[in-house]
Design a binder for this molecule. Structure first.
Ligand SMILES: Cc1cc2nc3c(=O)[nH]c(=O)nc-3n(C[C@H](O)[C@H](O)[C@H](O)COP(=O)(O)OP(=O)(O)OC[C@H]3O[C@@H](n4cnc5c(N)ncnc54)[C@H](O)[C@@H]3O)c2cc1C
Length: 529
């Protein structure tokens, strides 16, 4: 006689683990089934080489919701943030560099090297973003209202949203521009120094198959100034022990509350009986029964691969088929014998230039050129590189004196042009080019590389189960946000199949290690009993 769980959760990503912990805390029997041998999805630490513990996908955190840290007592379960100061370092080909970070005086001094006016404007620009964040941030942990529903609760929620928008006053126009527009016009309005604009612009394209001149990138830019690290807004930090430190802490909290979690447990099919989800069938044929099935994997996998789309209303299945999973992000994880010694700011041991994100992207035109080739299916000649060295702050992730580096890079198209050569050739060429670019700024770099792995969008798809290698479980463009995520009319974590829910980044508020999707989903699931 098989057990009947209250809830089965597909996938052990950080969002799924958050949902599991909240459901278990509310007394529900919960079973989490993760395909891989480790938990966390994109928020994992993997020991790629002995002693080198690498955050193989996500690498910095700021967005994770403070209410979840408190509710689940994640610090007691081992979660620790290491705030970064400075938070960014941009070396330029002419030998100059720009450091920026939470230290406001240092940032002012640094930007003044390029423009006095920009140094004065940055705090005003950040204050504007913070006012807009005050409007947007509370919506992250709310279920989006459904504008097509006349239910009184919905109408009330829409009214509340309209009133808080009204409170923004003339910043309302800025909020709309941030939600819909391109990053470039905003940056051009505020700043004159190309060095500063290029540094900020790289954040506008993270995970997007787009350039800062394209609509929708302003929101990605904004996404990266939200969040907090130990209570300080906009500060990004490393998780001690790598990103898996966070996922393991959530898993520990969930287990303590009674959740059962299985790894190496790939779900093959969602079982649907009489229009209701009744459990799952595993790849090895074992079946588990549950009152509710909750999917933490993306909408494409959930509805088109794990079930027969014929079970779904045709319009819904079509909307899922048309979701955008474009991606041009590749990750290169490296083991280093020493830190890069930058010609413009010397230092062979970890210093301010190593603690934050190292931006290798001198101008916004450089981004446009890198994208030009990618849109026709070729890897960029000169990719944009955001590199981090968490071992500069966290001695637990590398052998003594050695270092780990993450290079988050763009653009590596998911679909290569027919005459572009094989995937393996392209991966090798791309990674070697990235190493060369870093070596142009830090001559010791190439010989410091002990080993590396390259994750193209195809590898990201295969390893983490992300359709198209899209790091956000679906593009974060306006037409796929809020009440339209994953598809219009189904942004409340429920699906057309009774008893089947979504809880991953495919839902509002989307990608990033926020936990908010899992948190909101748990609230709605518990509301249904
Ligand atoms: C390369 C990369 C870099 C990133 N960098 C950052 C960053 O620095 N900071 C940040 O905030 N965000 C970053 N992101 C985005 C962020 O990591 C993700 O948006 C977020 O972690 C998604 O979490 P999730 O729990 O919703 O789903 P996922 O992490 O996608 O988890 C889904 C899980 O489901 C499992 N699964 C899939 N199919 C099945 C199946 N059939 N049966 C069982 N299990 C299954 C998968 O193995 C996976 O563990 C990055 C993502 C990537 C890929």
């Amino acid at each position: 006689m098989s057990i009947l769980y209250d809830a089965i959760i597909i996938g052990g990503g950080h969002n799924a683990l958050v949902t599991a912990a909240y459901l278990a805390r509310a007394g529900r029997s919960v079973l989490v089934l993760e395909r891989r041998e480790l938990l966390g999805g994109c928020a994992v630490t993997e020991e790629l080489w002995p002693g080198f513990k690498v955050s193989t996908a996500a690498y910095v955190n700021s967005l994770f919701r403070p209410e979840i840290i408190r509710d689940l007592e994640l610090k007691r379960h081992g979660f620790e943030m290491l705030p970064r100061s400075p938070s960014s370092f941009t070396p330029f080909p002419d030998g100059r560099y720009l450091l920026m970070g939470p230290d406001k005086q240092m940032t002012h001094r640094e930007i003044s090297k390029f423009s006095q006016r920009d140094a004065g404007n940055l705090p005003k620009y950040e204050a504007m973003l913070e006012r807009v964040a005050d409007f947007l941030e509370p919506t992250l942990v709310q279920t989006p209202p459904n504008p097509w529903s006349m239910a009184p609760g919905n109408l009330l929620q829409l009214l509340k949203l309209a009133l808080s928008f009204r409170r923004l006053g003339t910043d309302g126009q800025k909020a709309v521009e941030i939600l819909t527009g391109a990053a470039n016009p905003i940056l051009d309005r505020w700043f004159e120094s190309e060095e500063l604009k290029a540094t900020i612009a790289t954040d506008a394209i993270i995970g997007a198959f787009a350039t800062p001149s394209m609509p929708g990138t302003a929101y990605v830019l904004f996404h990266h100034v939200m969040g907090e690290c130990d209570g300080v807004r906009g500060v990004w930090g490393y998780v001690r022990g790598g990103m898996g430190g966070l996922s393991n802490a959530i898993a520990s909290a969930a287990r303590e509350k009674g959740a059962e979690i299985k790894t190496s447990a790939p779900v093959a099919r969602i079982l649907v009986r009489n229009g209701r989800a009744s459990g799952v069938a595993m790849a090895d044929g074992v079946e588990y029964q549950a009152r509710k099935v909750i999917s933490g994997v993306d909408a494409h996998l959930t509805f088109l691969k794990l079930m027969d789309p014929a079970e779904l209303p045709g319009e819904f299945a079509d909307a899922v088929r048309h979701l955008d999973y474009a991606s041009g992000s590749a990750k290169i994880n490296l083991a280093l014998s020493e830190v890069p010694d930058f010609s413009c700011l010397r230092g062979g041991t970890p210093g301010p230039q190593h603690r934050g994100t190292i931006h290798l992207c001198p101008t916004r035109d450089y981004i446009e050129k890198a994208f030009d080739r990618a849109k026709y299916g070729y890897i960029s000649d000169s990719p944009i590189i955001e590199a981090t060295i968490p071992s500069s702050l966290d001695e637990t992730v590398a052998p003594k004196g050695k270092h780990v580096m993450s290079m988050f890079t763009q653009y590596f198209p998911y679909k290569l042009a027919p005459d572009a050569g094989s995937l393996e050739e392209n991966k090798k060429r791309y990674a070697e080019r990235c190493i060369d670019i870093m070596t142009e700024y830090a001559p010791n770099f190439r010989k410091a590389v002990i080993d590396y792995e390259v994750l193209s969008p195809t590898d990201i798809e295969e390893r983490y189960g992300l359709t198209g290698g899209n790091i956000m479980q679906g593009t974060m463009s306006l037409s796929s946000l809020s009440f339209m995520r994953p598809v219009p009319g189904y942004a409340d974590y429920r699906t057309p199949i009774k008893g089947l829910y979504l809880c991953g980044a495919a839902t509002h508020p989307g990608g990033g290690v926020m936990g908010a999707c899992g948190y909101n989903a748990a609230r709605e699931i518990l509301r249904d009993g």
